[in-house]
Write a protein that binds this ligand. Structure first.
Ligand code: FAD
Length: 619
């Protein structure tokens, strides 16, 4: 009796209905039968199995590309099938090599919202930490028992701010969500004006506005913080609750695409408002109000008023700072209050774009005809490459460690486009986005090299904000190389490797505001260029065809992750230098993507709730 998990069930492309089918096909039943040594696959009831994960594996070492499944098997349904199976079941355990966990406690079926998910997550965490004394175990709901609701400001409506707000609203706090940018409807129009008329709204663009930096993005939901952890699962289920397709819970490389993110955010906003969250769009936090070493509020202004003429003071019991890593003004403001900021390594480089068909054929060979621009049986091909280079000469190092740096592809957008992520017209930086079908003709990815304090110092940038100065320097150089008006400097990979100024015509680019041929090999310090060159050659061995006249490098990619970390307590999430301030998400240096930022915001929400005695019952 119970649920048993079967993994690594591989079904050939021929025998699988394709990437969009997440049920139990005949092909999968046959693999299950083989795995559990059940003699007749057609006798297995499909209802006894549910697909937990489905990935496409086209690695070169395989003889044939396959869909790979993880499946849960409900043993009691098999027993009900017919009497003879009982013998089979009792005999099963010693025979099944592929069964991983027996029996598996199924994640309690219907966690449909963040809070239901988090009750479990946080409950378990607090139990482990002995934090149970703050919580009563009787009523089965959350309740706040203080004399008045704590007033919490959440600054920033990216994934971290949204999830912190959700948790706190549900737990009974009086939440005000403050966002310098616009709601997604207006933000869409502002981004449209940027793409068509080259008007950069300083406060409503690819980085700022409802949903944060990842809204006009590929919406990749892969994360390095543990795909199967309860926290990640709670976030993913919440996204489904607010409108993401259920397949993100199963797909091995889930992604949403901008077209799905926008309606999801609208639903989330409505839910927050129904729970009493006051959302202030177009409102920028300019300063913190501090009394006796404690934050007691924020100063805000209308974000479209550049003169900050009309500044308001708002009082709060705590401030969650979820501003992302493009809010450079906030770092300066924090520094003016002597709040600890620690420079952090990050990565810089260029964005490479190939025709998607080229990447499909490099990855899938003859199977590439099955892609059909996102409508075919197999997913639009992506890639992920990485290498180490020596710090001194950019060549292969003798070992990884302090004398080496890593160079890797980042934020690969299959079937996507290159977009402008500048927040200041004198600076130029780019990133990638896509729609859910990933149907465009292009594949783009950042190719970046890690940089650290040593690199910042070598350009005479010092102090806690040296990383930002370093980013700015190359964003400005790129803007100059492009000649202004957000035109992006580009160079073919072959010319970049040869150090040649392009004489032939350029391959097309998905970037909508225009590209200009440039000597990108002169943009970064030589050791960074050398590292990129060396890595590109290494990547070409792994992905033959990566070096191509059709591959176009775009400059520059600088905002891969935060250049700063704001130190905070690992238990309470409170800043170590200012009471009442809770730095969270990517801007604070604790996340590196949509899912990890959401998880960080969620945990911070619980930490703040705990601090104010918002009780969690029934755990
Ligand atoms: P953010 O999302 O940056 O949100 C911060 C919010 O705070 C913003 O909305 C900003 O307007 C607001 N804010 C800033 N300062 C103030 C202030 N002073 N007052 C009020 N509000 C303020 N990650 C992935 O995992 N998958 C992807 O596919 C992916 N693609 C990306 C594509 C693009 C084009 C970009 C730019 C990023 C992409 N990322 C992706 C990264 C991802 O978006 C971030 O890691 C994530 O959004 C960080 O979340 P956050 O909540 O910490 O901050």
């Amino acid at each position: 009796d119970g649920i048993w998990r079967l993994s690594k069930l591989a079904v050939s492309v021929q025998n699988d209905p394709g990437k969009d089918f997440l049920g139990v096909s005949d092909g999968l039943l046959q693999e299950i039968a083989k795995a559990i040594k059940f003699p007749v696959a057609s006798m297995l009831p499909p209802g006894a199995f549910s697909v937990i994960r489905k990935s496409f594996d086209a690695r070169k070492m395989l003889k044939e590309a396959k869909f790979v499944y993880t499946v849960d098997m409900n043993v009691s349904e098999l027993i009900n099938l017919e009497p003879r199976t009982i013998d089979f079941i009792s005999d099963l355990e010693p025979r099944v090599g592929l069964i991983e966990h027996m029996p598996l406690e199924r994640v309690s079926g219907d966690i449909i919202s963040i809070i239901q998910g988090c009750k479990k997550v946080e409950g378990e965490r607090l139990l482990k930490e002995g934090g149970i004394s703050d919580y009563s175990c009787n009523a089965g709901t959350y309740k706040y028992t203080g004399s008045r609701k704590p007033k919490i400001a959440v600054v920033g409506s990216g994934p971290s701010g949204l999830f912190a707000s959700l948790v706190l609203a549900e737990l009974g706090a009086d939440v005000t969500l403050i966002e310098r940018g616009q709601p997604v409807e207006q933000r869409g129009r502002d981004i449209g004006a940027l793409m068509v008329r080259r008007v950069l709204e300083l406060e409503s663009n690819f980085c700022f506005g409802e949903g944060g930096a990842g809204t006009w993005s590929d919406g990749k939901l892969v994360t390095r913080i543990g795909r199967n952890s309860d926290s990640v699962l709670a976030v993913m289920k919440t996204l489904v609750h607010f409108g993401a397709p259920g397949n993100i819970l199963i797909d091995g490389k889930p992604h949403l695409g901008t077209d799905r993110l926008v309606p999801l955010l609208r639903n989330l906003r409505q839910n927050l408002q129904e729970q009493g969250v006051s959302i202030k769009f177009g409102t920028r936090v300019d300063d913190l109000i501090i009394e006796d070493g404690h934050v007691v509020g924020v100063k805000v202004s209308d974000s479209r008023d550049q003169q900050k003429l009309d500044c308001h003071k708002l009082g709060f019991d705590a401030v969650i700072l979820a501003v992302g890593h493009s809010a450079r003004d906030i770092y300066h403001m924090l520094l003016s209050h002597d709040i600890d900021l620690i420079p952090k390594d990050f990565a810089v480089g260029l964005r490479i774009e190939h025709p998607q068909e080229l990447i499909n054929s490099v990855q899938y060979s003859s199977l590439s005809t099955e892609v059909h621009r996102g409508r075919g049986k197999i997913p639009v091909a992506d890639y992920k490459v990485a290498s180490y280079v020596s710090r001194e000469d950019g060549k292969t190092p003798s070992s990884s460690g302090p004398t080496s740096r890593s160079c890797y592809s980042f934020c690969m957008c299959p079937g996507g486009q290159v977009v402008l992520t500048s927040t200041d017209p004198s600076e130029l930086c780019i990133n990638g986005m896509s729609f859910s079908r990933r149907a465009s003709k292009w594949a783009n990815a950042a190719l970046v090299v890690t940089v650290s304090t040593q690199d910042f110092n070598s350009l005479d940038f010092h102090g806690p904000l040296a990383g930002i100065d370093f980013q700015r320097e190359f964003e400005r150089r790129a803007a100059i190389m492009g000649g202004g008006d957000f035109v992006v400097p580009v160079q073919t990979v072959t010319d970049f490797l040869d150090g040649k100024f392009p004489v032939t015509s350029l391959p097309p680019s998905s970037y909508r505001l225009g590209v200009k041929a440039a000597k990108l090999h002169e943009l970064f310090p030589m050791h960074i260029t050398d590292a990129l060159r060396h890595s590109v050659s290494v990547f070409d061995k792994e992905l033959p065809g990566f070096i191509s006249n059709e591959a176009l490098l775009h400059g520059v990619e600088t905002r891969t992750s935060s250049p700063i970390q704001i130190p905070r307590s690992s238990d309470t999430y409170e800043s170590l230098s200012l009471k009442g301030l809770y730095p969270v998400g990517e801007g604070a240096g604790y996340a590196g993507g949509i899912v990890s930022a959401a998880v960080d915001g969620m945990h911070a929400g619980f930490a703040v709730a705990k601090r104010f005695g918002l009780f969690l019952d029934g755990i």
